[in-house]
Design a protein around this ligand. Structure first.
Ligand code: NAD
Ligand code: 6PG
Length: 303
């Protein structure tokens, strides 16, 4: 057995699969038994509990977490601190805040347990395409993890990087996601402008498909957008609400701390907040102020 994967959801499940296909022995643990069962048929060995990892994995152990960031990751790391031994290595591959990762590394180090933060990109397509990987940790840890990174990456020699010390992996992933927000926003705004120019009746599916070839803005995000638009251009069934899981907020916080201007990323994060706000109190107030100073009309809510 080479390593354990904790959290076998959309990411951890497919990463375990990719490692199994590359010949690794993978032990898996997830609180949802269905997630484990699906992978057992493909060679994964199920661990009945976190405590069981100690007996089932040979030392020095490698344990990779692909869990929701926040309390779940924090609690699992606390439990693992009691299960693992000096020399064992824990990797957090989730989208965690780099400051949490630095703190967690220091806590585990008190027990001689090594820690690496690996930013993972590629979403549900990673099984097929490989994952982009950004490692934060010591050179020794990077050397130890290299075979795993080579197997998870799109190709053994590209798509993964030892970004720097502990924290650097999640910091790099945080900025990657900030950029992702900005690129998505630019595509969405441009396509919205095209759609609103009704007199030209743009076929956005055909246009984005054409843009995929040879243009300056060809990209994977454009590929995926074109793919979706090919079957649905009206998006009538999609609620206009864009969630966010933290990376964009941390990027903006960091920019404020460092005094670095990131207007595009900040605006794209705020656009998401706007979409999440069902009350729209600010816009109602704007309409009211305009009415108060200029006597301008106000539309009734049901209009
Ligand atoms: N989905 C993506 O595109 C993507 C891409 C890169 C990184 N990430 C990050 O990877 C991490 C995992 O994301 P995901 O999309 O696979 O999430 P997911 O919800 O699909 O999977 C999480 C898994 O963790 C399991 N789990 C929850 N609490 C647990 C616990 N206490 N003990 C054991 N298992 C537990 C769940 O049962 C589930 O199978 C997150 O931090 C996410 O931000 C996601
Ligand atoms: O690189 C990636 O694979 C994505 O960025 C990935 O990490 C994921 O899709 C985000 O979790 C979504 O983040 P938001 O919920 O903040 O949009």
């Amino acid at each position: 057995m080479d390593l354990a994967m904790i959290g076998l959801g959309r990411m951890g499940g497919n990463m375990a699969r990719r490692l199994l296909r590359a010949g690794f022995g993978v032990l898996g643990y997830d609180q949802a038994s269905e997630a484990v069962r699906a992978l057992e048929a493909e060679g994964l060995v199920a661990a009945p509990s976190l405590e069981a990892l100690r007996g089932l994995l040979p030392a020095p152990r490698t344990v990779w977490l692909m869990l929701p960031a926040g309390a779940i990751t924090e609690n699992t790391l606390s439990e693992l601190a009691n299960v693992l031994e000096p020399g064992d290595l824990v990797i957090d591959g989730g989208n965690a805040y780099y400051k949490d990762s630095q703190r967690r590394a220091a806590r585990l180090a008190e027990r001689g347990i090594l820690f690496a933060d690996v930013g993972v990109s590629g979403g549900v397509w990673g099984l097929e395409n490989g994952y982009g990987l950004m490692l934060g940790g010591t050179p020794e840890v990077a050397r130890r993890l290299e075979p795993v990174l080579r197997a998870l990456a799109p190709s053994p020699d590209s798509g993964w990087v030892h970004a720097g010390p502990v924290g650097a992996g999640h910091f790099a992933k945080m900025v990657h996601n900030g950029i992702e927000y900005g690129m998505m926003q630019a595509l969405a705004e441009g396509l919205n402008l095209l759609r609103k120019k009704r007199e030209f009746g743009f076929d956005l599916a055909r246009l984005t498909e054409a843009w995929r070839h040879g243009t300056v803005i060809r990209s994977w995000l454009l590929d995926l957008t074109a793919q979706y638009l090919a079957s649905d251009q009206d998006l009538g069934d999609i609620a206009p609400v864009v969630a966010d899981s933290g990376e964009g907020r941390w990027t903006v916080l960091e920019a404020v701390e460092l005094g670095v201007p990131i207007p595009v990323i900040t605006q794209s994060l705020f656009t998401r907040f706007e979409s999440q706000d069902e009350e729209d109190y600010d816009e109602r107030l704007l309409a009211v102020m305009r009415k108060m100073f200029g006597g301008h009309g106000v539309r009734k809510a049901q209009d």
